[in-house]
Design a protein around this ligand. Structure first.
Ligand code: KE4
Length: 434
């Protein structure tokens, strides 16, 4: 049995590419090797070396009610006692579908899959089938999973690792992916006009989280809705991150814009593998076996994953939950802003609900080019200082931090004390004293 992260990492790199099963876990952007996790409870995570951290990654979004929540564990255990997978329908899949459709009125029908990537990949296939068109439009800095056609000017780990795009994506795929600038509706209009009648779908993170958090500017989402209506383009909201996080009904509830299709993931699995895509009945009834658009999955709607998702949404839909999330998240983000100001460190924080990013620059940060202006060296210094003071933030300037319901007063006190110390450390380094 390995006793330390270094031992585990050395061995893992022999058998697993980069020693991790997802690149953002490698912590390379903050100049260290990853530590390995033993367990987590509430807002705290414990590594195999005996360290305890207040966790703001939360499995990159799913753990919004806290790690190892009693109700979620009990639901998983109850489901597991009945078996783990059947390859035949279960009532729990209907229950989760009903909860999703009730939470997100634009979703009249929904298909459960196993990841956010499967959700976006499938939604794009459906949009192409529905329109008979091949091209898709995405935004620079938005990340929609590792589907070939979407790994073009992507955010998240592609940006973190400084990868222009990914090798292995056929030129034909890239040719069918058209790019526009987030929050710049004129750039979208120009592409729609340049590729008249060729674009099947516009896919957007209605609150961007993969270039760091970038909210939509006033009129941007409505502008996309109007352009799609005029040009017969399917509007897809990728709410894998924002869904059930910025509101129970997601960004589309918060900004009152109705997409044609919505992609979900993360929170709706409560930490187990669940993704989903859904929307207008007219579109979704084209998905096999109801219609000809093929999409399948051995473990889609898995009994344990649906149990975890149902239990998580049941907690989230209780009255006052999103007011509580708003208060917690505001205290953290505002605390970071105050601590950086007190230390004389220039930062700009964007927050929407329970997701925020503190950019090491003056701001504003309204798109990918803005985000890339950030001082990633200062971010890395800040990140490591926060870790040294017991707070685990996403190890990249181009990711979102995720407060959750388990971040109680004690956690927030630890977090803000750490922020004061960490920004002071950054200032010292910036002044050449560190
Ligand atoms: P998954 O295939 O990783 O479940 O979901 C892909 C995805 C799709 N859409 C959005 C808006 C997303 O944020 C994601 C995944 N988010 C990243 C974090 N930025 C997951 C972390 C990781 O890649 O390990």
């Amino acid at each position: 049995m390995f006793s330390h992260s270094e031992d585990l990492f050395t061995k893992s790199r022999e058998l697993i590419p980069g020693g991790v099963n997802s690149p953002v876990r490698a912590m390379s952007a903050v100049g260290r090797s990853p530590f390995f996790i033993d367990r987590a409870k509430g807002a705290r995570i414990y590594d195999v070396d005996g360290h305890t951290y207040i966790d703001y990654i939360g499995s990159w979004g799913p753990m919004i009610v806290g790690h190892a929540h009693e109700e979620v564990l009990e639901a998983i255990g109850r489901a597991a006692a009945h078996g783990t997978s059947f390859g035949a329908p279960t009532a729990a899949e209907l229950t989760l579908a009903e909860m999703v459709c009730e939470a997100v009125p634009s979703i009249e029908m929904v298909r459960l899959v196993n990841s956010g990537t499967e959700a976006t990949m499938s939604a794009l296939r459906l949009a192409r089938a529905h329109t008979g068109r091949d091209k898709i439009l995405k935004f620079e800095g938005c990340y929609h999973g590792h589907f070939d056609g979407l790994l073009v000017a992507a955010g998240s780990g592609v940006t973190t690792l400084g990868m222009p795009d990914s090798p292995g994506v056929p030129a034909d795929f890239a040719r069918n992916t058209v790019l526009a600038r987030y929050n710049d509706i004129d750039s979208v209009r120009a592409q729609v006009e340049a590729h008249k009648d060729e674009i099947a779908a516009i896919i957007v993170e209605p609150v961007a989280g993969n270039m760091g958090v970038v909210p939509p500017v006033a009129g941007f989402l409505q502008g996309l809705r109007d352009l799609c209506d005029a040009a017969g383009i399917v509007l897809i909201f990728d709410e894998v991150m924002s869904g059930f996080r910025v509101a129970y009904g997601g960004a589309q509830e918060r900004y009152a814009i109705t997409p044609d299709l919505t992609c979900l993931g993360k929170v709706i699995g409560g930490g187990l593998p669940v993704g989903a895509y859904g929307g207008k009945r007219e579109l979704m009834e084209k998905v096999a076996p109801a219609g000809p658009v093929y999409q399948a999955g051995t473990l889609s709607g898995n009994p344990l994953a649906t149990a975890a998702g149902i239990a998580t949404l049941d907690i989230l839909r209780r009255p006052g939950t999103y007011d509580e999330l708003e208060q917690i998240s505001d205290r953290v983000a505002t605390g970071f802003m105050q601590a950086s100001a007190d230390a004389g460190v220039i930062t700009h924080t964007n927050r929407v609900g329970a997701m925020f990013s503190t950019f090491f620059q003056t701001g504003p940060v309204a798109n990918y080019d803005d985000a890339k202006e950030s001082d990633t060296t200062a971010f890395s210094c800040f990140w490591n200082a926060m870790l040294a003071h017991g707070v685990f933030l996403p190890p990249s300037q181009f990711e979102a931090a995720f407060p959750g319901l388990a971040h109680d007063d004690e956690c927030l006190e630890i977090t803000l004390n750490a922020a004061n110390a960490a920004f002071a450390e950054v200032r010292k380094v910036q002044q050449g004293e560190g």
